[in-house]
Every structure is written in structure tokens, then in C-alpha cells.
Design a protein around this ligand. Structure first.
Ligand code: GUN
Length: 292
């Protein structure tokens, strides 16, 4: 079994991004600029946004954080989005989800200019992805593709099983790996909560992408010998024996499944590490005008 080391890969890519920033500056251009909008005080969202801003600093990108109180009206949020759409000093931006209940997330997502939608959540970018047109890919699928590329994992003709059909991970992953080219040209099965005989599907997988948010759901009897495991899950489970009272685990029972796997992503230290890096890569592409 070999480990797909997201942490090391993220470090390598951050170094490459920092180098690109230097080249842009040497050519008299400014550094790429990512803005983030955070509405309210959701603790997880605050951590995620802080991570994104900090990652910008690490590679020399500019960043700005627009913090709005939880009772901000939808109209106000839409105004902020419109201002960012028009701001030539901002290459790309994200509105951190979830938004407070009184704000319609669909309306906000649709208000983002697809040319600045570095999260790849706007349906214009989703549609472009599905048709293999230039687009911003959502960060997690983009990170997984980067991992597949850099480890040169073969995908052509492989049986890929994706667990979970979310619009930001499972569904785009299933489309991306079935597209023409590399990484792609795979035969993809998308499984979800209503799938019958799930293990019948997962046991056929050459590559298994788990993105269902259930701790250690995938057990060794559900996979075949030599499977490549891409574990997208990040779950907190109680661990009274630890000082902090919890541990993090993926959607795959790592210790047990690793014995049968040829490659596996650890949790933490796997896919999650590449997610923020993918957002930075999208922002760089936005700054260079490579997509639109
Ligand atoms: N909430 C959870 N993940 C994400 C993400 O990737 N982008 C945004 N904007 N919100 C999120």
C-alpha cells in the first residue's frame, strides 16, 4: 500500500504558486487577489475562511475578507457580490456557505459573475465542466484530479465508483472522470443513499471515491484487492481517550481498508489539503485570464 500524500503535494503546489507570483510581479503585474465573503459567526465557516486567507498569504496572493453580521439582509449580500463582480482589483471571490437561513443561497450563487466564480459553484461553470469547456472546477474535485495527475494514476478504462452525489463533490467527480482525456476515460458508477446492493458496486471499483460524510463507512469486505482509495470525508468522532475528546476520520475505515488498497489518501493529510490549494490555482488562472 502506498499513501497519496496530500500534505506534501499541497506544499509542492504552494511553492509553484509562489514562484508564479514572483514571475507576475517581475513582469510588472500585481499578485492574484482572492476575496471571501463571510456572513455570520458559524464556527466551521470561520475556520475555513481563515484557512483560505492564510493560504493566500503563504503564496503571496492578495486577499480580502468581507465580514458581515448574521442579520445582514439578502439585498445587502447581493450588493456586496455586485461590487466584487465590478471590482477590477479582485480576480476571484467566494461567498462562504452555508449562509444564514433568511438568505437564499441560490440567488446569491447566481449573482456571482461566472468569470470570478473561483469556487466553480455557478451553473455556468458547472455546465462548462460537463461540456469540457474552459471553466473553474469546484475545489475538491479539482484537487482530486491534480492528485491523480501528479501521482500518474491511470484512469483510462478503469471502473470508478463514486459514493455520494453532492453538487460540489460526487456529481462533478463522476462527470470529470467519465470525460474524454486524462484524468478521465473511466467507466463511472455514481452511488448514493438509494443505491441497492452498494457493496456489489464498490467491490468492482478500481478507484473508489468516497464522499458521503459517514465516518468509516467503507469496510474491507466492500473493496477488492489493489483498489485506489480517494477518501473525501472529514468526520469528527468521539474519542474520550484523547485530550480534545474527538478524532478526525474519513468515510473509509482506513486501517482495515489500507491492507487491501494499492493507494490510499489519509484523513487528515489527504484530499482536504488540496482543496484550498485548488482555490488558489483557480484564482491564479483568473488573474492570468486563462479561463474566460
Ligand atoms: N462551505 C463548505 N465548503 C465550501 C466551499 O468550498 N466554498 C464555499 N464558498 N463554501 C463552502
Amino acid at each position: 500500500m502506498q499513501i497519496l500524500d496530500g500534505r506534501a503535494l499541497a506544499k509542492t503546489i504552494r511553492a509553484e504558486l509562489a514562484e508564479e507570483v514572483q514571475q507576475l510581479k517581475a513582469a510588472g503585474k500585481r499578485a492574484p487577489h482572492l476575496a471571501a465573503v463571510l456572513v455570520g459567526e458559524d464556527p466551521a465557516s470561520q475556520v475555513y475562511v481563515r484557512n483560505k486567507v492564510r493560504s493566500c498569504e503563504k503564496v503571496g496572493f492578495e486577499s480580502s475578507l468581507v465580514r458581515l453580521p448574521a442579520d445582514t439582509s439578502e439585498e445587502e449580500v447581493l450588493k456586496v457580490v455586485h461590487n466584487l463582480n465590478e471590482d477590477d482589483a479582485v480576480d476571484g471571490f467566494i461567498v462562504q456557505l452555508p449562509l444564514p437561513g433568511h438568505i437564499n443561497e441560490v440567488r446569491v450563487t447566481l449573482a456571482i459573475d461566472p468569470r470570478k466564480d473561483v469556487d466553480g459553484f455557478h451553473p455556468v461553470n458547472f455546465g462548462r465542466m460537463a461540456q469540457s469547456m474552459p471553466c473553474y472546477l469546484p475545489a475538491t474535485p479539482a484537487g482530486i484530479l491534480e492528485m491523480i495527475r501528479r501521482y500518474e494514476l491511470p484512469t483510462e478504462g478503469k471502473e470508478v465508483v463514486v459514493l455520494g452525489r453532492s453538487s460540489i463533490v460526487g456529481t462533478p467527480m463522476s462527470i470529470l472522470l467519465s470525460r474524454k482525456g486524462y484524468p478521465g476515460n473511466a467507466t463511472v458508477t455514481l452511488c448514493h443513499s438509494r443505491t441497492r446492493d452498494l457493496a456489489e458496486h464498490t467491490r468492482r471499483a478500481d478507484i473508489l471515491v468516497a464522499a458521503i460524510g459517514i465516518p468509516e463507512f467503507v469496510k474491507p469486505d466492500m473493496v477488492k484487492e489493489g483498489v485506489v482509495i480517494i477518501d473525501v470525508g472529514i468526520n469528527r468522532v468521539e474519542a474520550p481517550e484523547l485530550e480534545k475528546g474527538y478524532r478526525l476520520c474519513g468515510d473509509v475505515d482506513y486501517e482495515a481498508v489500507a491492507e487491501k488498497a494499492s493507494w490510499i489518501t489519509p484523513v487528515p493529510g489527504g484530499v482536504g489539503q488540496l482543496t484550498v490549494v485548488s482555490l488558489l490555482m483557480n484564482t491564479l488562472r483568473a488573474a492570468k485570464g486563462e479561463v474566460y
